[in-house]
Design a binder for this molecule. Structure first.
Ligand code: XMP
Length: 321
């Protein structure tokens, strides 16, 4: 019978058999799949596993800390953090085209991960790379397996030939709800387990316009308020994703106190979906939307207008870029 404890035992035995006494590397994204996959491998082979977290500076408020502090505390995993924020911002400077942003972020990610992997490999006999591939990913890609390409999140090609690893994919037979159950049984932080899907290019594709530190700060503040209020209303699991989008190149007139303002709008984009292929806008209670709107315009001075996206997918996409 399927219980988290059974699956964990079975996977731990398999991983030990596959890996033997070799070293293993794993990239953490902040998402649930890589977190659970790494935790399983750590349970199986302990410090033969080194995790790498590339902080590209495009995550939401609190997320890097969730990986670097809460996750490490919960698992005892050996983590190498690469602070690449300036590098990513530098590469993104002035770029407004969505696909261009994706290309740049994917390229930089591979380069940074590659150099971190080289450092880890220089210290030991690294033969394996952990990937959080789920059953639906296996089906979608035609069931293939083999060598490494860290493309899951960034839709780019893989590592160079001299850095090829064999894959360890302990979630290959599992669905998302099963992965969450494993993560909870492994004692991972709840906030990671229930995190909504989040795109690899992160907040860069939720700033409509060029990305810079200041715009990221504004979007992070607004996004945090939306997440806090959704959670407070007990609605986290009623929505599939809840992008908050900053229209950084748009300004509109407002009024606050005695003065006229000329600030930026943010868009709330809560959606319901089964698989992200199609989606509908979530009918969140008006009072929740009202609280989010009031708090954002009160607490984030750069934002003077909050709008709600009521477009289904199709014809809209979930993200704005
Ligand atoms: P759209 O916007 O196409 O998004 O309706 C469908 C799902 O994919 C996510 N998404 C991405 N994920 N890299 C990712 O890893 C990307 O470039 C990317 N673009 C969109 C989006 O958040 C939604 O879950």
């Amino acid at each position: 019978t399927w219980t988290p404890a059974n699956i964990i035992d079975e996977q731990v035995a398999r991983i030990r058999e596959q890996v033997g006494d070799k070293e293993v590397i794993c990239g953490l994204s902040g998402g649930v799949d890589s977190a659970v996959a790494a935790a399983l491998v750590h349970k199986a082979v302990g410090d033969q596993l080194t995790c790498v977290f590339v902080d590209h500076g495009l995550l939401r408020a609190g997320e890097p800390e969730q990986v670097e502090e809460d996750y490490v505390a919960a698992t005892g995993i050996k983590l190498k953090v690469v602070d690449a924020q300036e590098r990513f911002l530098g590469a993104l400077a002035g770029v407004t085209d969505p696909e261009q942003k994706r290309k740049i972020i994917g390229r930089e990610f591979i380069r940074v991960f590659e150099s971190a992997a080289r450092e880890v490999a220089a210290a030991g006999d690294v033969e394996f790379l952990v990937q959080g591939t789920l059953y639906p990913d296996v089906v979608e890609s035609g069931g293939g397996t083999g060598t490494a390409n860290i493309k899951s999140h960034h839709n780019v090609g893989g590592l160079p030939d001299d850095l090829q690893f064999k894959l360890v994919e302990p979630l290959r037979t599992l669905f998302k709800d099963e992965v969450r159950a494993l993560g909870l049984a492994l004692g991972l932080p709840e906030a990671m387990i229930w995190r909504h899907p989040f795109p690899g290019p992160g907040l860069a594709i939720r700033i409509i316009g060029a990305v810079d530190q200041e715009r990221l700060r504004v979007l992070r503040a607004a996004d945090l308020i939306a997440r806090e209020e959704l959670t407070a209303a007990g609605l986290d699991r009623d929505v599939w994703q809840f992008p908050v989008v900053l229209l950084a190149d748009v300004r509109s007139v407002g009024v606050q106190g005695d003065g006229r303002t000329y600030g930026h709008p943010v868009v709330l984009r809560p959606v319901s979906s089964e698989d992200a292929m199609t989606a509908d806008w979530s009918r969140l209670p008006y009072d929740v939307i009202a609280r989010i709107s009031t708090r954002i315009t009160n607490e984030v001075p750069e934002v003077n207008r909050v709008v709600l996206d009521v477009t289904s997918k199709p014809p809209g996409t979930i993200e704005w870029e």
